[in-house]
Design a protein around this ligand. Structure first.
Ligand code: NAP
Length: 274
């Protein structure tokens, strides 16, 4: 299928990685539909020309079905789904409120899974489809005080990797793209939880300082978008792509070093001695 024939649905196309993917796919001539929790607030200069912006709030359990309803028959014509939108969350495991964990999993896992289910019948019937789950390198390298986020991205990767085996015989390929530190400003939008007088306060602020600095010094979202586009146009996309944070080096180290040592390295890179 020629790249220009593709209809792509990209969630969260208003900033960072999603916006870069939208621009890259539009530049290739794809028909691009993207989403925002509040598309009406977008100024004309925030929009990519020729792209349609629809409403989707993944934290709402009915969000994906409402989007499918708005798209009508067009949902069946989606060739490419990029599950990009997500919430970044931090907080000590002991103190994370249940409601925050529920919202995170709704947004980062259950919403993307449901949206994928909604586009799959059309892809399968046409014998061609691409679904990209934007995960995180933190799923492969979990970090203290990011447990909920790391777990949500690991859950998304688990769904994708198993579903890939079901769908590839139909010409539908699901891949996971794990970004490392990417300079999108996501740290400013991160939801943070910490009890007053928390025994974890010092560690949390040390970790966040390092995390935010890594993100500020991270690679451009356009580099992640280029990896995503590669996966979309590949005849046989890979199961996992990692980009940023000197990937593939951390993955090579993970293969050769003892597990505990790798965890210590990840902690030390964020200023934590373990
Ligand atoms: N930046 C990094 O270092 C990094 C590293 C690893 C993984 N990631 C992952 O990459 C993806 C994109 O990250 P980014 O850095 O580009 O983030 P970003 O700049 O904050 O963009 C997030 C996008 O998601 C949308 N969004 C946020 N919450 C939403 C919700 N509840 N429902 C629907 N849409 C929502 C936002 O749109 P509206 O505000 O318009 O709704 C926005 O377009 C995320 O899944 C993130 O977890 C990022």
């Amino acid at each position: 299928m020629a790249q220009t024939d593709l209809t792509a649905l990209v969630t969260g196309g208003t900033s960072g990685i999603g916006r870069a993917v939208v621009a890259a796919l539009a530049a290739k001539g794809c028909t691009v539909i993207t989403t925002s929790r509040d598309p009406e607030r977008l100024a004309p200069e925030q929009r990519v020309s020729g792209v349609r912006y629809l409403r989707l709030d993944l934290s709402d359990p009915d969000g994906p079905d409402a989007l499918a309803e708005e798209l009508g028959e067009e949902i069946g014509a989606v060739d490419v789904l990029i599950n990009n939108a997500g919430e970044s969350q931090s907080g000590p495991f002991e103190e994370l409120p249940s409601a925050a964990i529920d919202r995170l999993f709704q947004t980062n896992v259950f919403g993307p899974v449901r949206l994928s289910q909604l586009v799959l019948p059309g892809m399968r019937r046409r014998g061609h489809g691409r679904i990209i789950m934007v995960g995180s390198m933190l799923a492969s390298f979990p970090l203290a005080h990011r447990s909920s986020y790391a777990a949500s991205k690991a859950a998304l990767a688990g769904f994708a990797t198993a579903a890939r085996q079901e769908l590839s015989p139909f010409g539908v390929w699901i891949s996971v793209v794990e970004p490392g530190s990417i300079a999108t400003g996501i740290g400013l939008r991160r939801t943070k939880y910490l009890d007053e007088g928390s025994v974890y306060a010092t560690d949390v602020s040390t970790m966040l300082e390092h995390l935010d600095r890594n993100e500020r010094d991270g690679i451009a979202p356009e580099t992640v978008a280029a990896t995503i586009v590669d996966a979309v146009i590949s005849p046989r996309p890979r199961e996992l792509y990692a980009v940023g944070s000197r990937a593939p080096l951390p993955f090579l180290l993970k293969r050769i070093l003892p597990r505990g040592l790798m965890s210590k390295i990840v902690a030390a890179q964020h200023g934590l001695r373990r």
